[in-house]
Structures are given as C-alpha cells and as structure tokens.
Write a protein that binds this ligand. Structure first.
Ligand code: B12
Ligand code: SF4
Length: 555
C-alpha cells in the first residue's frame, strides 16, 4: 500500500457512536485494499496503527452503496458491484514482431478457458497481446497473466505496472510453473501447475479478502466435467473455427520438453463425450486440437475420432510418429476429418534422438511412416529441431534433403532451446554451456542460448536460416508438393503464404538492421537485463484511441 495515495472515502458509526474513516487507494473500485481509522484525522501513522480495526461497514461519499470491510485483510468491496477481472495473454514485443509477420497466428486456449471458470458475478475481459493492446485507462480489480518463457520479462513489466497502480496481479502458466521463485517476486499471487478448482477458490477468496500467495495442486487432477472455453474471448483471426484440447500431458519424457515438467501427473483425458460436444459446438469447419500428443493413448484417440466423425469437420493435431504404426488409428483419424498431423520428428539423426530420450523416434522408419500417413490423405507438418549434441553442420542439408524426398507438406524449424526446469537445461547448466538467462532469447527462432557441441553458435543460426529459406523456396515447395500431392488444395496456398511470410520477415530484418531503433536494440543486448528494461519504451498514449500502451512506439 502506498500511503500517500490513500484518501478518505467514507465513514461509518462504530459501536460507541464514533465516526470511523475508511481509506482506500481507489474510491471508485468495487474491490480494494482499505484501512480504518476510528474517530481520528487521517494521518499516515494512524493508518498503519489502525489498519486492522473493528469497523465493518462504511458509507462511501461517492457512492451511496454500503461498503463492507473485511477486517482480517483490510480488503473492501461494494456489495452488488461486479469485480473486474482482466485476463492477459502476454506476448513480448519480440514475439509479437515475429508472429505478426505470419499469415497464421493460432489462438491460445488458456485465458478463454480460465474465464469460463470465473464465478458469474465477475466482469471479465481478455487482452490477447498478439491481437490487441492493453487499455491502461481501465482500472481492473484483479489482473491474471499467462505467459511462456520468452515473454516472461515482458509479463513481469506488465505486472509491475499494474501493481504500481495498486492492482492485485496473479501470474500462472508454463514459466511460472517452471520457475515459481522467480515469478513470485513479480506477483501478488502465483499459480504453479494446473489451476482447475484452485482458480475458483482463489477468486472467491479474493472477493472476500482472503487468499494465499501461492496456489498449487496437491494431488493428480482429473479433467472431467469442465466448462468449455468462452468463445467470445478469442480475438485472433487465424482462419480456424475453434481450438480445444482433449488430453493434457504426455507419457513420454523427452529431455528438451517442458510438458513432463509442467504437467507432472502425466497423461490425463477428458471424457470423450464432453470433447465431442465441444468439438461439435464450434460453428465452423476447421478445428485444432492443442493436445501435446493427441494419440498418446491410442484406444482413447480411436474412440474420440469415432465420436467426432458425425460432426463432419476438419481437424489437425499434434502427435508422435508412433501414431503411424497403427493403421486402424490412421483410418479412424482420416474418417473423422483429420487433414494434418504435426509430428515431432525433431531430427534425422538417430544419435540425437537417443541423446534426448526420444528413442521411440526411429529415423529409419520415418519415410515409411510418413508415406502411410499420406496414404490416408493426411498431410504432415514436421517439427524439426537443430542443435543437439550429435548435430554437425551437415544436419541442415541432411534434414532438408529428407523433407523434400518424403514430400512433407509443412515444417516448423526450431533452434534447440533449453527451457528452464527441463533435464536439458540442467545438463547444459551443469556443463557451463548456458550462454544467457535472458528469457527473451528463449524463443527458438532468433537466438542460440547455449554453446552447441559440434558447431558454433553462428553455424547453428545460419543453418536454421538456411533450412527456412530452402524449405520455403519455390523450388522446394513445388518438389515436395508434387511428390506428395496430399491436401494440395490448401497446402499449396499455405506454402506460398509461408514463402511470402519468410520473404517479408527477411526484408523486415534487413530494414531493422538499418534503423536507429534496431541499432539501439543491438546495443541493449550487451547490457544486463535490469539496465536494458529501463530503456524499453515507456507507456505512451496512442493519439488515435487515447489508450496508453506499454512497450510499443507510435508513429
Ligand atoms: C497453443 C500453443 C501455442 C500457440 C499459441 C500460444 C500463444 N501464447 O499465443 C502457438 C502455436 C502460437 C504457440 C507458440 C509458441 N509456443 Co506454444 N504452446 C501451445 C500449447 C500446445 C497449448 C497451450 C494451451 O492452450 N494449453 C491449454 C491450457 C488450458 O493449459 P495451460 O496453458 O497450461 O494452462 C493451465 C495452467 O498452466 C494454468 N495457467 C496457465 N496460465 C495461467 C494464468 C493464470 C493467471 C492462472 C491462474 C493459471 C494459469 O491454468 C490452466 C488450467 O490448468 C502448449 C502446450 C501446453 N500444453 O500448454 C505449447 C507451449 C506452451 N508452447 C511453448 C513454446 C516454447 C512456444 C514458442 C516459444 C515456440 C516457438 N519457438 O515459437 C511460441 C511462443 C509464442 C508466444 N506468444 O509466446 C512451450 C512453452 C515452454 C515454456 N517454458 O514456456 C509449450 C509448453 C510447449 C512445449 N512442448 O514445451 N504455442
Ligand atoms: S516432445 Fe512430445 S513426445 Fe516428448 S515429452 Fe514433449 S510432448 Fe511428449
């Protein structure tokens, strides 16, 4: 509480008939922190002295409503007023810059899903920073922020800005779960791991002025009977009709992956009927399953695919190559409308797969498995990672040759990134090979954050650029798609869109190198983080809308 901000907002009669003053940092708020000073003038020292006094009711000067003071925590609330909750899907300036150059920018479920669990007497808004900016003139009672590791510093600056305005901030999501001690320094409340049940408990507690600093589930969490995510809170235009998840977690333990560390209870499944009902509830045809491994339990996957078949929609999802070993599974997937599987192939080097505990990926089987998937009319998007300890500079050309020979329709290339909390991070840290803890660089696209074993940092970056450039060159697009003309009606336009995206990104990068702003950013990277954030753009008012934006320049 910043004492100088407090104002007298009302008074009440104590038992002895004496006036009691009520102080709050924002008289207009429906929920706020307040202090009582019985029958005295409002001096700061008294505020401290009497902050937990007896009075439980107060009349506000500015509102005729009766305010109720919770004695234990000095939180007050106007009965009947809806508390305002602002949910933010945080995305750093760097990530936004990278993603806005893309044609497709997929929705994230987290905040629309958490919103569905908010008690009905709350007013909820969602700002998805990849689609819109925060309106700093609004004053919520509570802010919840979700973020990935590369957006962590940005999320902390948002939190700090809200907290300096007296707003309570709660943080959750992958990075908070992986590094709770760090996140706790920037928040009033943190959620470690999954939030179902605890989130509702916290919100009710907050409204009553009684909540904890840390929420963490004690035992395994089941996913039955949950509400559907709130559709009106999706704000991105991504050409999809709906996103949902059927399962959570993964039974595998790949050393570079955050999932086994985030969701320690392994694989959990929603009841098939509930998933099918949500799938059918989307009005359009194109759906994405955001499961980490939708075919992890093959019998469950077959049941699910059969249940959604009558909806006659198209879907894509993430799976491992193991899915292709089961003909019946592929058959059920294709019948249900599966148009593309994102496969975590990761590498065409078997030694690399052994090294990161993904030995169920048998490189010698890849081509055959991809053919089987194609034979069912399903396109393949390959997830490829460069920079494993067994990777030499030859890996880039080998990978691209393979992808072109097998006619893979799409690919996502990533620079190996040791996310905190993973076994990979621990190994590289123990070997002294972590080059930076600037989380902004942990995005798998723009920076190498560790010392590779068999190539230099520059070789890894250059190889990553080469892979993107070659895969989305016109000659590669034509070769790949003519070798496997599966789903050509949409994979061809999409590939061409990526060709344009890549060219635009390159032009953008060149343009950035030439501007004073980009030069400043280059210089900034040499400074320690704390110094650097000081030179981040300050919140500024958008002349067009009057909104104050944080971390962006105008004009
Ligand atoms: C959809 C998705 C995307 C989408 C949208 C992401 C976005 N922010 O806009 C796309 C494809 C764009 C994407 C991109 C990236 N992603 Co992604 N993505 C996912 C995926 C598959 C699903 C997310 C989701 O909707 N989950 C469902 C919800 C319900 O689960 P949840 O978020 O865990 O939330 C639960 C709890 O964590 C908690 N919770 C979460 N947040 C909060 C906040 C509050 C206030 C509270 C109370 C609780 C709470 O409550 C929820 C219910 O229990 C996850 C994997 C996963 N399972 O989460 C990876 C994942 C989150 N992505 C990851 C990564 C690395 C990235 C990229 C960096 C990849 C890249 N190289 O470009 C980018 C970064 C983009 C960005 N904006 O920051 C990693 C994150 C690792 C990390 N340490 O941060 C994950 C975990 C995948 C992995 N295998 O490691 N991603
Ligand atoms: S990389 Fe894929 S298969 Fe491995 S643990 Fe992560 S989600 Fe599971």
């Amino acid at each position: 509480m910043r004492l100088e901000q407090h104002r007298v907002i009302g008074f009440s009669q104590s038992v002895q008939g004496q006036n009691n003053f009520l102080f709050a940092d924002d008289p207009g708020a429906s929920v706020g922190r307040a202090a009582i000073l019985p029958g005295r003038k409002p001096f700061a020292k008294h505020l401290l002295e009497y902050s937990k006094e007896k009075c439980s009711y107060a009349y506000s000067d500015e509102s005729p409503q009766l305010g109720r003071l919770n004695r234990a925590t000095t939180t007050w609330r106007v009965p009947g007023a809806m508390p305002k909750l602002l949910l933010i899907t945080a995305s750093s300036v760097e990530i936004r810059r990278a993603r806005r150059s893309r044609f497709l920018n997929f929705q994230q479920i987290t905040m629309p899903y958490l919103a569905a669990r908010v008690p009905s007497d709350w007013q909820v808004t969602h700002v998805d920073e990849e689609a819109e900016s925060i309106n700093w003139t609004d004053k919520p009672d509570l802010v919840g922020i979700t973020f990935h590791t590369p957006s962590a510093f940005h999320a902390y600056s948002l939190a700090s800005e809200f907290r300096s305005r007296g707003v309570c901030v709660v943080l959750g999501g992958p990075h908070v779960t992986l590094l709770p001690e760090e996140a706790a320094k920037h928040a009033d409340v943190i959620f470690v791991g999954e939030a179902e049940g605890l989130w509702e408990e916290f919100l009710n507690g907050f409204a009553a002025g009684n909540y904890r600093r840390l929420y963490r589930h004690g035992g395994p969490l089941l996913l039955a009977s949950g509400p559907m995510a709130r559709k009106t809170l999706y704000h991105r235009n991504d050409f999809t009709s709906g996103v949902l998840f059927a399962t959570r977690g993964c039974p595998n333990q790949c050393a570079f992956c955050s999932i086994p560390v985030m969701y320690r209870d392994g694989l959990r499944k929603r009841p098939v009927a509930e998933v099918a009902a949500e799938y059918g509830s989307f009005p359009g045809k194109r759906i994405i399953f955001w499961d980490d491994n939708i075919t992890a339990d093959k019998q469950y996957a077959k049941d699910l695919f059969r249940a959604i078949t009558p909806c006659r929609k198209w879907w894509s999802g993430q799976a491992t190559i193991q899915a292709a070993r089961d003909e019946e599974l592929l058959e059920a997937a294709a019948r249900s409308g599966c148009k593309q599987l994102f496969l975590g192939l990761e590498s065409v080097s078997q030694s690399s797969m052994e090294e990161v505990r993904k030995r169920f990926n048998r490189v010698e089987e890849y081509a055959h498995m991809i053919n089987r998937i194609h034979a069912h009319g399903i396109a393949v998007q390959a997830g490829i990672v460069f920079g494993f300890d067994h990777d030499t500079p030859a890996i880039f050309k080998d990978s691209l040759d393979f992808l072109e020979e097998t006619g893979v329709q799409n690919a996502t290339f990533n620079i190996l990134t040791p996310y905190p909390g993973t076994p990979l991070f621990q190994k590289l840290d123990a070997q002294g090979r972590i080059l930076t803890r600037d989380w902004r660089k942990y995005n798998g696209r723009t920076d190498v954050v560790f010392q590779p074993r068999r190539m230099s940092v520059d070789e890894l970056l250059a190889g990553f650029q080469y892979a993107n450039r070659r895969f989305y060159s016109l000659s590669s697009v034509l070769k790949r798609l003519s070798d496997s003309p599966v789903q050509l009606w949409w994979t061809l336009p999409l590939n061409l869109a990526y060709v344009v995206s890549w060219i635009r990104a390159q032009r953008g990068a060149q343009a950035r190198v030439a501007t004073p702003e980009s030069t400043l950013r280059q210089v900034e990277t040499l400074l320690p983080y704390d110094v650097r954030t000081l030179s981040e753009p300050l919140p500024r008012e958008d002349p067009a809308t009057g909104h104050i934006r944080f971390g962006e320049r105008f004009g």
